[in-house]
Design a binder for this molecule. Structure first.
Ligand SMILES: [Ca+2]
Ligand SMILES: [Ca+2]
Length: 346
């Protein structure tokens, strides 16, 4: 997947919002909320396709997302699979509407209920993601039709029946299939880096976050053996409260692409934060995590499938983290779970 130069950078306002003195107010205290690494907000945010996903991380050095102004969402319709009712439409949702034979065994045929933008979901037309108003259940099926184009609304590509007339069979693109699957071709579209902090409408002055390694024997467990703070390692602390590019061991709470105060969400700046990868934006690109986990994730094309040419380790196993790749193997997911987000709200 190509990554081009930054095509558009939205403005990031650096403001001194967090603890001015550079001291963790929550340090040595009891956290109000502890969220383990495997506890990310599942089935909540989804990319419409892998091209949008490829642009999303890493963040630009300004802290913003990069997007392609010649490929934005001009029109979007979202549906949920449903029992037949007076309001449903008969249709077909497949993994790739341009190529219905691709993973055709996953095609869903049945009735679909149209969701209302702004009520049932929101979306970002530039970065091509949708956020359901509340997370989908494991058994929900979500599908979409959309038109892509440039920022002047000149349409260049249409996926599914975005202008559906009820005389036809609705054609849709699967965004989330029934699960919970160990593998499904739509699995890469789900965000796996968003954590709900426990409260909406957070006042930035009230919030403090540390990342704790449960196996650490040093202090609060919030830093690696070389002294580097885990906020810095996970890319959550790139600058100080004056906007200088110097980590200050305080989460960059003024970056809305990391902390969404209104929704009470923490967004780690990589697709699969609790694994190591040197591929930009895939895992967390910090050697401390390679030491901790003992391997680099072996899925370079990021499709969640073991493909020819992808490596196996000396034991003949495919090195991938269970929390992202093998939901069903709960014992293994628990075994690999190591970090926790400690949230302090004054
Ligand atoms: Ca900081
Ligand atoms: Ca692969």
């Amino acid at each position: 997947m190509c990554r081009f130069f930054p095509l558009h950078i939205s403005v990031l306002i650096i403001a001194a919002l967090s603890c001015e003195d550079g001291v963790h107010e929550g340090e040595n205290g009891i956290p109000d909320n502890v969220i383990v690494d495997k506890g990310y907000s599942r089935s909540h945010y989804f990319f419409l396709d892998m091209q949008f996903r490829a642009y999303y991380y890493p963040l630009h050095e300004s802290g913003s997302h990069i997007y392609n102004p010649n490929r934005v969402v001009v029109q979007l319709e979202l549906y949920r699979y449903s029992q037949e009712t007076a309001e449903t439409v008969f249709g077909t949702a497949c993994v790739d509407p341009h190529n219905p034979g691709y993973f055709s065994e996953y095609t869903q045929i049945g009735y679909f209920y149209r969701l209302v933008s702004g009520e049932d979901y929101t979306f970002d037309p530039y970065s091509g993601w949708i956020r359901l108003a509340s997370p989908a259940s494991a058994w929900d099926i979500i599908a979409a039709a959309y038109a892509l184009g440039d920022t002047n609304n000149n349409i260049s590509e249409v996926v599914g029946d975005v202008d559906f007339s009820s005389a036809d069979t609705l054609r849709l693109k699967l965004i989330k299939d029934r699960g919970p699957p160990d593998y499904h071709p739509t699995l890469p579209l789900e965000f796996k880096n968003v954590y709900y902090l426990g409260r909406d409408n957070i006042n930035p002055k009230d919030l403090d976050i540390i990342i704790v390694d449960s196996l650490s024997t040093i202090g609060d467990g919030d830093r690696y053996t070389d002294g580097t703070n885990y906020l810095t390692i996970f890319g959550l602390d790139q600058h100080d409260t004056h906007g200088q590019p110097v980590p200050d061991e305080l989460i960059d709470i003024d970056n809305p692409n990391i902390v969404d105060l209104r929704l009470g969400e923490l967004h780690f700046p990589s697709l699969l934060p609790f694994t190591y990868s040197s591929i930009p934006g895939l895992g967390t690109d910090h050697l401390a995590l390679k030491e901790i986990y003992g391997y680099e994730i072996e899925d370079p094309n990021q499709n969640f499938i073991f493909d020819e040419g992808e490596d196996l380790n000396a034991s003949g196993e495919w090195d991938v983290p269970a929390m992202y790749y093998r939901y069903q193997d709960r014992a293994q997911v628990d075994l690999e779970s190591r970090f926790a987000i400690h949230v302090f709200q004054h």
